[in-house]
Design a protein around this ligand. Sequence first.
Ligand SMILES: Cc1ncc(COP(=O)(O)O)c(C=O)c1O
Length: 406
Amino acid sequence: MLALFGGSPIRTRPFPSWPVFGKTEEDRLLGTLRSGEWGRLDGHQVEAFERRFAAMHGCRHGVAVVNGTVSLRIALLAAGIQAEDEVIVPPYTFLSTASAVVEANAIPVFADIDLDTFNLDPKAVEAAITARTRAIIPVHFAGQPADMDALQRLADAHGLLLLEDAAHAHGASHGARAVGSLGQIASFSFQSSKNLTAGEGGIITTNDEALAAASRSIQNCGRTEGGIWYEHHVISGNYRLGEFQGAVLNGQLDRLEEQTATRDANGTCLARQLQSLPGVLPQRRSPQCTRHAYHLFMLRLNPIEFGASRDAVLSALEAEGIPCSAGYGFSLPAQPLFRNKAFGPYLPGVRDRLDYGRARCPNSDLVCTQSIWLEHSLLLGTREDMNEIAAAFEKIHHYRDQLGGR
Ligand SMILES: Cc1ncc(COP(=O)(O)O)c(C=O)c1O
């Protein structure tokens, strides 16, 4: 009997919690507190973290900022994106990938995702390119690198900026290269739910000197490296990350390599176990994905083939002791923000001719109704944990008739 109807749950122990922290973070935080060097301009935690994180991601430069939304906007501004330029983004992502474009006074244009990898479909991107397109922002969704080879070919052919939104993909790799170094510039987030976190935070990574210098200037009130303190060169603000967050991030970074290897091994094992179940379609791993960060373990549940609705399966999984969620309820073009073009001071010249109600993203729309997300901390446990998650899915499939029409 399903636990939802009084049967014994498959899992009664909790999964690993998040964040993971200990003496490393405590020592670094206390050291920072006692040093009195609490700001980015005073201490060395953020500076050290920028160097370490950039190097781990194959980059010469890292510019830490207050969050992963600001980092996207700064990257766009640093690259010279101008008012009313078009920037292609996926419809299946967190709001920021598209809202940062509006905040750069540019126009987000949605291109659909691939139904199996949940990443931008290069064919849809190609179809969305116009004479006004200046950039593409692929999101490495759930931690799997996007199809960067095909997107790079498009970017080269049309002279476009390729800005990676790597908010889900710390430590992932594509072929022999780390995410963060695949496009011209990249953005990561360190918000609480992310695979590397200080509660809030973000970073821009790049190998391009000019993009790095422009990002650093925008992060620091438009100042220039070595310039006069009260001389400000571009419209900007204070987006500097503080030293307490730098201290925590340095501690977290010591753990990232091992945690990423564990998530990748467990995620791969779980996907293998689940794919034999009818109607259960785990995110397809592309051959170029040499390391998946598994920020999410994500799958699509086809209700006809499985024999029960996605929402009924979510309730049944929770009851079996497997924490899970549906993810985004609808694609970004359907967000009130885009439907109503509630852009405030941005895009005044073109707002009237934009109509996001006409955006067609059928794959993204379908994924919103069929997706099941498991958070990355579930993958930090043991192989036995993966077996129990798989067993819960198998049990629910076996007793799917009990869910009769739910
Ligand atoms: C894909 C994606 N991009 C950008 C962000 C924005 O990051 P932040 O919350 O640090 O602003 C997030 C997450 O929150 C995200 O999931």
